[in-house]
Design a protein around this ligand. Structure first.
Ligand code: SD4
Length: 300
């Protein structure tokens, strides 16, 4: 294990890391740390990519995706969940209190209510106003790093050396109603293998789904690559994949210049890797009371 507990998260997330570090510093479990950490942007109305205040889908509905994995390889996930402030905690309840890994939509919401979660309106006035503005053209195109891309993927290693991870998002702004991205899919938006480390991804989920991005990063580390080499190989496959060669990232609607994917990985030794398709992806590292935001290297 690293000399000290470590937590890393996608994008600029010092407050989320601080909440996770508080758990790690009192010798808490990495699982508790990542849950506490990602709950911060979930409840933050100014974060328009996660939970409360998230930008809605084309129909004006905020639908949430989240997943969590612990050091024993247990996993829980919710997709297409509406009106619940903390999808990550519902994902954890799926993992710990049901015989399943994933619950979706109305079923996920009914389960959440049965566990004492409350129904809340997550669409803020600001997000609703942005959606109404969008409706005027209703043009759907991915925008590289333009929308605040704050979907949070978080990985932590605790004092015992155990690894866990969490990922939570409101998904792509103005997605089709019912669309599910990479973030709640074990192996796509997040993967943790307690012998090796963990990885998480952000950006255009469709590209991460098609490459099982986080599983691939961890598996490459298992085969001997450093976290940095592993993240670079995941992005290389996305950039050079057959759908890239014919410009069909989004059924022909986008090219590599229109899309962003970032991958972040940490080994059990606490070594970090990060890489993205385009410049502009950053991540936040906290260890030993120090937090820094680091710009990732990129393919372009
Ligand atoms: C998704 N990967 O739903 C998410 C979006 C994202 O920062 O990462 N936004 O495809």
């Amino acid at each position: 294990p690293p000399d000290r507990p470590i937590v890393v998260s996608t994008w600029n997330q010092p407050k989320a890391n601080a909440a996770a570090e508080a758990v790690l510093n009192r010798s808490g479990r990495a699982l508790d740390a990542v849950e506490a950490g990602v709950r911060v942007p979930e409840a933050d109305p100014n974060d328009t990519s996660v939970g409360y205040g998230g930008l809605p889908d084309r129909d004006g509905r905020v639908t949430l995706d989240a997943c969590i994995m612990d050091e024993r390889g247990n996993a829980g996930s919710v997709t297409f969940l509406e009106n619940i402030m903390h999808p990550i905690s519902v994902a954890r309840a799926v993992m710990e209190k049901t015989p399943h890994v994933m619950l979706s939509g109305e079923g996920a919401q009914a389960f959440a209510l049965s566990q004492g979660f409350k129904k809340e309106n997550l669409l803020t006035k600001e997000s609703e106003a942005k959606w109404r503005e969008w409706l005027k053209t209703a043009e759907y195109k991915p925008k590289v790093n333009i929308e605040r891309h704050d979907t949070i993927g978080m990985l932590a290693i605790d004092a015992k050396g155990d690894a866990s991870g969490a990922c939570t998002t409101s998904g792509l702004a103005y997605k089709m109603h019912g669309r599910v991205g990479d973030s709640p899919i074990i192996g796509a938006g997040l993967f943790v293998d307690n012998e090796i480390g963990g990885a998480c991804a952000t950006g255009l989920g469709e590209l991460v789904l098609r490459t099982c991005g986080s599983f691939l990063a961890v598996e490459l580390m298992r085969q001997g690559k450093t976290p940095q080499q592993a993240c670079e190989e995941v992005i290389r496959r996305i950039a050079k994949g057959s759908f890239a060669k014919d410009g069909k990232y989004l059924n022909g609607a986008g090219t590599i210049d229109d899309v962003q994917v970032g991958v972040l990985a940490v080994s059990k030794q606490g070594e970090i890797g990060a890489y993205s398709l385009q410049p502009g992806f950053n991540y936040t590292v906290s260890q030993g009371g120090q937090t820094r935001v680091v710009e990732a290297k990129s393919w372009k």
